[in-house]
Design a protein around this ligand. Structure first.
Ligand code: R5P
Length: 321
């Protein structure tokens, strides 16, 4: 088994390699003057089981880089190529919700297969059914237990808790905490007229005098989350915390979060958090960084040894990672 780390999120790639006690494959990623990407694998990988780790934020150039690394690995006679995509970008464009728009995530699935990917490993897809866009196997990890750990670390056994989805689409992500932690559920009725323009209209469920944990898969501009937090607080939550898997933090998202009523926010490392953004959140005293590297490392290990990946969804196995 050999691991190739793309440019998008090198710290995560190195954490995964460290966990697996393996050295990443030497590779060179350079640019032509006009911006064209040139990838070269600098070691013999003939016959190897290859895992290419590449998040896709920002999406365009990182998808291209991933495709070129896959092609390079295929032409270097790798035995099997797994694209490890901790954050699968373009997942929000998964259907024709308006006339004359593309289904971008399906097109990307086609491109990855055409490049020669044999298998996908990813986490918290915006819509789980994107797995069906691929003909090849997709191992879809969930951050449910990471979220539960985050909640348990903050509640200090005080008071009732409620887990809140900022929209109807995210409700399924709360089921685990409802079962495992006995947390109450609440859902925000969100209206979106344009991408990145949303309104939190109302809450279904009771948040009064409870510690509220809002959980979302993506923070892009931060609008959805901050509006959800404000509404939850107005409806009487005693404290508002948040958790997000893919912290894209575009535009002024960190300033919005830093000035919001959110007391603690847990962000995983599927996407690299730039130092400048990290320091704004740290100065506001709200950031809790959470790694998912152990889950990806164990999943890679299990795929390589052809053992179960779903065992990682079982609490007793997760706690032993
Ligand atoms: C949308 O359905 C996603 O789950 C996120 O809620 C959304 O992408 C967040 O976008 P923003 O941070 O720009 O409101």
């Amino acid at each position: 088994m050999r691991i190739i780390i793309g440019n998008a999120n090198e710290p995560l790639g190195f954490r995964i390699c460290e966990y697996l006690d393996t050295k990443p494959v030497e590779r060179k990623l350079t640019r032509f003057a006009d911006g064209e990407i040139r990838a070269q694998i600098q070691e013999n990988i003939r016959g190897k089981d290859i895992y290419i780790i590449q998040s896709t934020e920002p999406p365009a150039e990182n998808y291209m880089e991933l495709l070129f690394l896959v092609d390079a690995a295929r032409r270097s006679s790798a035995r099997r190529i797994t694209a490890v995509i901790p954050y699968f970008g373009y997942a929000r464009q998964d259907r024709k919700e308006q006339p004359r728009v593309p289904i971008s995530s399906k097109l990307l699935a086609n491109l990855l297969e055409t490049a020669g990917v044999d298998r996908i490993l990813t986490m918290d897809l915006h819509a789980a059914q994107i797995q069906g866009f691929f003909k090849i196997p997709v191992d879809h990890l969930l951050s449910d237990m990471v979220f539960d750990e985050f909640v348990m670390g903050l509640i200090d056994k005080q008071g009732p808790i409620v887990v809140v989805s900022p929209d109807v689409g995210g409700v399924k992500r709360l089921q685990h905490s409802n079962d495992e932690l006995g947390a109450d559920l609440a859902i925000i009725h969100k209206k979106r007229d344009e991408p990145n323009q949303s309104e939190a209209l109302n809450i279904i469920g009771d948040v009064k005098d409870k510690v509220a944990f809002i959980r979302d898969d993506i923070i892009d501009t931060g609008g959805s989350l901050v509006k959800a937090a404000k509404l939850v607080k107005e409806k009487g939550a005693s404290k508002v915390c948040a958790f997000c898997t893919h912290a894209l933090l575009s535009r002024d998202a960190v300033d919005k979060l830093a000035n919001s009523c959110i007391e603690t926010i847990g962000l995983t490392d599927t996407v690299r958090l730039p130092k400048s953004k990290e320091s704004i959140l740290k100065e506001a005293g709200i950031l809790q960084k959470v790694t998912i590297s152990h889950l990806f490392a164990r999943a890679i290990n299990n795929i390589h040894h052809e053992s179960s990946v779903s065992v990682l969804f079982e609490k007793k196995n997760y706690l032993n990672l």
